[in-house]
Design a protein around this ligand. Structure first.
Ligand SMILES: Cc1cc2nc3c(=O)[nH]c(=O)nc-3n(C[C@H](O)[C@H](O)[C@H](O)COP(=O)(O)OP(=O)(O)OC[C@H]3O[C@@H](n4cnc5c(N)ncnc54)[C@H](O)[C@@H]3O)c2cc1C
Length: 498
């Protein structure tokens, strides 16, 4: 079977049928390649369906992949209004579900099928000889527990991060008692539907939300609404940082008005005392009885909060276990592909986007293996679907042998204001090798972002991913006019300085 012609007849495996996995399938089909898609959920885009009650902050025009649009257009699909903000449920019902039902995709899609592991047929990670000419092997499990091995010529892992939330404890580890509290049902899943599906669980309860991102903001605002309708509902909010300014966001300066408004409303609820904010609170342990005692260390000593329920909103991390036999090259900080990591490191970046990037930046030592979508951002929380759509367009082109199209990465996001991403010259970001030189801007790595930053505020740009830029970017950080500005200074490093 190590005949190259026979390998090329195998399908390209796509792990996950979320927005980016389905877009990958559409892009592959357009290139004449055959996808096989594995989705763990019982229906396509199971992760999006579970946060269906949340309204997106990016309007429809940024939520639909171009190849998917073309595929759907042939079915008479009515594209939603470009300027409207969908909920997750609308994204699912009006776009992802119809896309999954297009016969070419439906025929390739295996729902209720979880990928357990990816490897090369007959070769573990340490075997090098003939590796690149050997099919991938995907071990999958269906709802009945039947395990099957599939072969593929290439693999695109679009499995997201929704299934692997970060633990609540300090140091990236679960706190003492965390697992027991979760088992006792005192810690919920991320983003519960507190005014809808899960209302009865929250009404009249003292609820603690932990975390400092958009998910926390969404849950807190929903709880605020619930508290107005359900007497006795009490809301506490614990964050590790000394200030919630980062969550309140850029307000009017945010390039996505919906995102800016979210932060402003939250600020008001805290100012009015309807949410009790606990800053500089690091969870060290839990004690479970009928209620939950949350123990935290603070600058003023140990503190204990007694609550009925805790909603975690501490972000997500990629599940790398299933890739144990694959030769990956990941940024040691962010767990994103190595070159992408420094560009999205939350320590230095608050923006929702980086410069467009594709197959070249997302490649690994394992030929024809790619991590895309939310999972490609590793532990960074700022991924946008439109970025993922460009990733998979480029990868499909590369797999089809069209390297020129693969390298011709396009910026498709608006450039409507200042978004200080640090990309223009922050050399305080540590280089991957630990040197003082910032990997994201001062090395010889391909540097599309600089080309973008230099040509800011214009129409969408075309950049070539392949050419390294010799640039003296180690200067004072300048605002980079890139993507969708948050209206904030840059990442966590800015928080510490303020
Ligand atoms: C609440 C919320 C709001 C967001 N709002 C926006 C927004 O406004 N604009 C924007 O651009 N982005 C937004 N995002 C970010 C991001 O674009 C979305 O999370 C998007 O769904 C990511 O798409 P994805 O396909 O990469 O991953 P997912 O949507 O997470 O899809 C991954 C799929 O893989 C499946 N899967 C997981 N593991 C396996 C496995 N081992 N085998 C098989 N299948 C598996 C899952 O069931 C899931 O269906 C938001 C995210 C969240 C959580």
């Amino acid at each position: 079977m190590k005949d190259a012609a026979m390998i090329s007849e195998l399908p390209v495996a796509v792990i996950g049928a979320g927005p980016v996995g389905l877009a990958a399938a559409a892009e592959l089909l357009e290139r004449g390649l055959t996808p096989v898609i594995f989705e763990a959920g019982a229906a396509p885009a199971a992760a999006v369906a579970s946060w269906g009650h949340i309204r997106l902050f990016s309007p429809w025009q940024y939520d639909v992949d171009a190849a998917a649009r073309r595929l759907l257009a042939a079915t008479g699909w009515q594209e939603p209004d470009a300027e409207t903000l969908p909920t997750g449920a609308e994204l699912h019902g009006r776009y992802l579900q119809p896309l999954a039902e297009v016969p070419a995709i439906a025929d390739a899609l295996h729902t209720s099928t979880r990928v357990l592991a990816v490897s090369r047929e007959g070769l573990d990670k340490t075997r090098t000889g003939g590796r690149e000419d050997t099919p991938f092997l995907l071990r999958v499990e269906d709802a009945e527990g039947t395990v099957t091995d599939y072969r593929a010529r290439a693999v695109i892992d679009a499995s997201g991060t929704w299934g692997t939330p970060n633990p609540l404890g300090q140091a990236g580890l679960p706190a003492v008692g965390e697992a027991e509290a979760f088992t006792a049902g005192l810690i919920t899943g991320p983003l519960p539907d507190v005014v809808g599906r899960d209302r009865a669980r929250f009404a009249g309860k003292h609820v603690l939300v932990v975390g400092a991102g958009h998910s926390a903001a969404n849950t807190l605002l929903a709880l605020g609404e619930l508290a107005e309708q359900e007497p006795g509902t009490r809301i506490s909010w614990a964050i590790r940082s000394a200030s919630a300014a980062g969550v309140y966001g850029g307000g009017d300066l945010d390039g996505l008005p919906a995102r800016g408004a979210l932060g402003s409303r939250l600020r008001t609820l805290v100012a009015d005392g309807r949410i009790e904010l606990h800053t500089a609170f690091t969870i060290t342990g839990f004690k479970t009885s009928g209620t939950l005692a949350v123990i935290g260390s603070t600058p003023y000593g140990e503190k204990q909060l007694e609550v009925d329920l805790l909603v975690p909103a501490t972000g997500f991390r990629p599940d790398l276990d299933l890739l144990r036999e694959i030769r990956l090259d990941l940024d040691p900080v962010v767990e994103a592909p190595r070159e992408l990591g420094p560009l999205i490191d939350p320590e230095f970046h608050s923006c929702g986007t980086v410069a467009p990037h594709g197959a070249r930046m997302l490649s690994h030592p394992e030929k024809d293996f790619y991590i895309v979508g939310m999972k490609s951002y590793g532990r960074a929380p700022t991924f946008l679907m439109a970025t993922g759509y460009e990733q998979v367009r480029s990868i499909a082109a590369a797999l089809a042998g069209d390297q020129q199209a693969a390298d011709d990465v396009q910026l498709v996001l608006p450039e409507t204001g200042v978004c200080s991403t640090d990309l223009g010259g922050s050399c305080d970001a540590p280089a991957a090798d630990g040197s003082a030189e910032a990997a994201s801007c001062c090395g010889t790595a391909p540097e599309p972002a600089l080309e973008q930053a230099a040509s800011c505020c214009g129409a969408p740009e075309t950049v070539t991913e392949s050419e390294p830029t010799e640039s003296s970017c180690c200067s004072t950080p300048e605002p980079a006019f890139l993507g969708i500005p948050t209206g904030l200074e840059h990442g966590r490093s800015a928080e510490r300085e303020s």
